[in-house]
Ligand binder design. Structure first.
Ligand SMILES: [Zn+2]
Length: 425
């Protein structure tokens, strides 16, 4: 069993307010054996020294639609765990299994299976339609029987379906996430929803609301312990989809050419400028709401909605972190969302998400200090997933063979149908 020590300039456990210096982490097999002062390390242990680097827990993206060509990019970005929140059920379960045994395939996967939608499935490959509470309850039971980590309800779910879906999942002690549309946030929260995505359905967050209006919504969120997963980066990129600067983002080498082609066609073919301007305008309100909700203690997860346009797998987590700090969170608060807070939301906080003896050795070595300067988080030197080390340059070489094949996964087909104008309205 491989045993080695990492000796970074700075060490951050995923929880503390500040990084510590002079620390070493000893890894044995898949797990962290000890965390101790570097000057107490045994002389004969193999050691990797990282002067001017910070060691932090592996990042997590809590909102992904996975495709099998994304694995190396996530690892290169320091992302060691993802939660897929909408995909073909059997396909994503098989991917979860593959990634559990093959560490080099990509990050660890948690998944929800299909998007469980209302009478019409907005995304026919990722989603499934449900016309009645009974049909939805049966789908929830089936998903839980197959072993999903959480249930995802989608935009067409009406209040009666919402109540039925949440009730059925909670009877089986399963966490429920929703992208709201036909149900407002207030109704969904009162029905017991555990987490909602994109701040959709949360009216006050989308307009110039008063602090009192914000607080009424935040009070409700706090009372019901609901988690928010804002995914700012997807709204920002959709609003600025025609912004040429994204085409010069050198990180695009990590996105599959097929996905890049879909991004290029995604909104430029249709959609009035007003729809984009609206999204550009609304970002300031969403950020204001996030800052206030976070300050008052609402649990804020962090996800991206990769591979929607201009969201490079893994790297878009860095962009979302940057947007959180733009909204007024400190770098360490933003990083907690992507590590220890996400782990708790995903229910894996007893084994990963923080750096502690006995936990999985999921971590990332970053040049500089992202606790001071959040943009440093993009300078990944080495990612460790369950004890195994990966460097971006070696992953890039692997990417070339990965990109020889077309991306599998329902999201690619749904995005393709969308740009071809075949998606139901
Ligand atoms: Zn999504």
């Amino acid at each position: 069993m491989a045993r080695y020590a990492l000796v970074p300039a700075r060490f951050w456990d995923g929880l503390a307010d500040e990084a510590r210096t002079g620390m070493a982490v000893v890894i044995s097999g898949k797990r962290i054996e000890t965390i101790a002062r570097a000057d107490t390390l045994a002389a004969d242990i193999r050691r990797f020294e990282w002067p001017d680097a910070t060691l932090i827990p592996g990042l997590m993206d809590a909102h992904v639609h996975y495709s099998d060509v994304m694995g190396p990019a996530f690892l290169a970005a320091g992302v060691t765990t993802i939660r897929d929140v909408g995909n073909d059920l059997e396909w994503i379960l098989a991917q979860r299994e593959r990634h559990a045994t093959d560490l080099a395939a990509g990050p660890a996967i948690l998944c929800c299976g299909h998007l469980l939608d209302g009478p019409v499935a907005h995304w026919p490959h990722m989603g499934r339609p449900h016309a009645s509470p009974e049909a939805l309850r049966a789908a929830v039971r089936h998903h839980i029987d197959r072993g999903v980590n959480a249930v995802k309800l989608y935009a067409g779910i009406t209040p009666d379906l919402m109540a039925a879906g949440i009730d059925e999942a909670h009877r089986r002690h399963t966490f429920v996430i929703a992208h709201l549309g036909a149900t407002k946030a207030e109704e969904a929260i009162r029905a017991g929803l555990d987490e909602f995505e994109h701040l959709d359905g949360c009216g006050v967050a989308w307009r110039a609301a008063t602090p009192e209006e914000d607080d009424a919504m935040i009070d409700l969120m706090l009372e019901h312990h609901v988690v928010i997963n804002p995914t700012f980066v997807v709204w920002d990129r959709l609003g600025r989809i025609l912004d040429r600067s994204f085409h010069h983002d050198e990180r695009r080498i990590w996105a599959h050419p097929c996905h890049l082609a879909l991004w290029d066609r995604y909104l430029s073919r249709f959609g009035a400028p007003e729809a984009r301007w609206r999204l550009q305008e609304v970002m300031v309100h969403l950020k204001r709401f996030l800052r206030r909700a976070h300050r008052r203690g609402v649990t804020v997860a962090l996800g991206t909605d990769t591979p929607f346009p201009h969201l490079v797998p893994g790297m878009s987590v860095h962009d979302e972190l940057s947007m959180y700090t733009d909204a007024g969170l400190s770098p360490v608060e933003a990083l907690r969302s992507a590590t220890s807070v996400n782990a708790k939301v995903l229910g894996i906080e007893k084994k990963t998400g923080t750096l502690q003896p006995g936990f999985f050795a999921d971590m990332v070595v970053i040049r500089g200090n992202p606790l001071d300067r959040i943009d440093d988080v993009g300078q990944v030197l080495c990612t460790i997933r369950a004890g195994r080390r990966f460097t971006p340059d070696r992953l890039l070489r692997k990417l070339k063979t990965t990109f020889d094949r077309k991306p599998l996964g329902a999201v690619t087909q749904d995005l393709q149908d969308n740009v071809d104008g075949k998606r139901p309205s």
